[in-house]
Design a protein around this ligand. Sequence first.
Ligand code: GSH
Length: 229
Amino acid sequence: MTILMYDLVGKDTSRPFSPHCWKTTMALAHKGLDYERIPTRFLDVPVVEDGASKTIPVIRDGETVVSDSFSIALYLEKTYPDRPSLFGGPGGEAMARFVERWTQTTIHPYVSIVAVVDINALQDDDNARYFRSSRESNFKKTLEDVTAGREAGLAMFRTSLTPLRSMFSYQPFIGGEAPLFADYIVFGAFQWARIVSSYPLLEQGDPVFDWFERCLNLHEGLGREVAAA
Ligand SMILES: N[C@@H](CCC(=O)N[C@@H](CS)C(=O)NCC(=O)O)C(=O)O
């Protein structure tokens, strides 16, 4: 049965851009499951599956509706144990949570600073109004003032990736010789940046850049189906 996946888009429904939705897309592909992406704008999120969640991704698998990218990965792992594993066992599940928290607290805040103006520009008028007012109330600044800080933060952001960069001298993926959900968590953040903004977060020659390219090649180049901004 085809799994429905509510996927965040702006005006252009062929350019899903959410980091969390990309984690789920990659997890579904990793498991080799049939899925259909349902393009969903910010203002549609509250009515997805009768208000199942305040955020997407949300999936429907038959009678089961699951929200939150990490919970969805755990659900897929439990429901489809004969498909390739997303975690490599309980220890891998626990460590993926660390990777999720690290990504959320280290990479996401800087990508937000880089990209909020670009993300706003991808929305239609109603969604842009919603996005601007919700994000400006979180940041307590205009979107333009938020993004004005991106140059000043770039060197420190790249330095903050040192643990990840250093790990790639031992192994090609966070999961080891092959990717696991932990890779898709970090991938989602860089894919979000790649799709919404042309700002060069990573330099060519950086092992993190090379790993991201390897991730873009996975599952028959799934990540490359959406061109870079
Ligand atoms: N912890 C959630 C976070 C999901 C999330 O924040 N989704 C954003 C899109 S990237 C969303 O749906 N936002 C709705 C809104 O801002 O109104 C997950 O991992 O799925």
